[in-house]
Design a binder for this molecule. Structure first.
Ligand SMILES: [Zn+2]
Length: 342
């Protein structure tokens, strides 16, 4: 990016009411068949227009074509039985009914590549595409086949790499892997989590990002956050190894969170997508609040490596709220951009 402080979002954006129930996470589709296919493309056009209108520099599909950031990808793989469900504890936090790995996992055909090509056809600007990370994928499944979290993560990393290479060929500029699990399983992150992530980006020439957050603003997450104390130092456990990894960008939760900003120093040299928008509140930040968060981050990130962003996805928010937050992000970044160039 030539522009200083290019803005983007962490991932999902609200879906229009005609395709899925609004303000609801993982809401089922309202359409089916050809109507759904067309509806997804229309939703993608709309979310792109809203990002552009708000002045977002690095745009995405707002995850309009997927129901869930992990399972929609897994649904397209062989070796996973969606009829055979088991209840597991996700990220040590909440129970969910999840599909079962019943055999060797593989990707028979591309998952998001056609959607990415469609987004690419609609804009000449930089685009970012999100995929689930290997560790977060294995944490959203019941494994009756490999019976090893690590083994399954390496298999998923291989599959993600196939998908990522095709997304790169489709013209995606930044491929992002969502790894909220990195904030929970520190030993595994350091033992094999970051290594499997590096396997997933092997051979890519486009930029790569990892998004590590404290989750959507749903109750299971806000309850968990209350147990984390006044200072959230989770990033401290994983940043040293991430700093030494091949990942180009790290996407973090910062605004309104209890993450001590100085932890960002531990990934010095990386580009940092600083979350300056809280996704767990419907209060729209003022541009000045966004600017204040970015200024604080600038103490620990060089200006040419600071990417203003949202803390996490915004699917569960009303569209008007999400729009307001996107505008605030742009306006806040503009304030700091002016200060830097003055
Ligand atoms: Zn997130």
């Amino acid at each position: 990016m030539n522009k200083l402080l290019p803005t983007s979002t962490a991932g999902s954006l609200p879906k229009p009411a005609w395709i899925a129930e609004p303000e609801k996470l993982w809401s089922p589709w309202k359409l089916e068949g050809d109507e759904l296919a067309e509806g997804k493309q229309d939703a993608l056009r709309l979310t792109l227009a809203e990002q552009q209108r708000a002045g977002i520099d690095i745009v995405s599909d707002g995850e309009q074509t997927r129901q869930h950031f992990v399972t929609t990808f897994i649904e397209h793989l062989d070796g996973v039985d969606f009829e055979k469900r088991e209840t597991v504890r996700i990220r040590n936090r909440y129970d969910a009914s999840v599909p079962t790995v019943v055999g060797a996992v593989s990707r028979e055909r591309p998952v998001f590549v056609e959607d990415a090509k469609f987004l690419r056809s609609l804009t000449d600007g930089p685009i970012k595409w999100a995929l689930p990370g290997p560790m977060t994928m294995i944490d959203t499944l019941y494994d009756a086949h490999y019976q090893s979290r690590e083994k399954l993560a390496w298999e998923f990393a291989k599959i993600l790499n196939q998908e990522a290479r095709e997304l790169e060929a489709a013209g995606v500029d930044i491929i992002q892997f969502d790894e909220p699990a990195f904030n929970v399983f520190f030993d595994e992150v350091n033992d094999w989590g970051i290594a499997t992530l590096e396997r997933a980006i092997e051979g890519l020439k486009c930029e790569t990002a990892v998004h590590i957050c404290y989750g959507y603003g749903i109750k299971a997450n806000t309850d968990w956050k209350k147990t984390l104390g006044s200072e959230w130092r989770q990033y401290e456990e994983t940043f040293p190894k991430l700093q030494a990894s091949n990942i180009d960008l790290v996407s973090l939760e910062c605004h309104n969170s209890h993450v001590p900003m100085e932890l960002i120093e531990l990934i010095r040299g990386k580009k940092v997508m600083v979350g300056a928008i809280d996704v767990a509140t419907i209060t729209i930040e003022t541009p000045e609040e966004v600017a204040a968060t970015l200024r604080k981050a600038l103490q620990f990130v060089d200006a040419d490596k600071l990417y203003p962003c949202t803390n996490c996805g915004m699917t569960p928010l009303a569209r008007s709220v999400a729009r307001g937050k996107l505008q605030a992000l742009s306006a806040g970044a503009a304030i700091v951009r002016r200060e830097i160039s003055a």
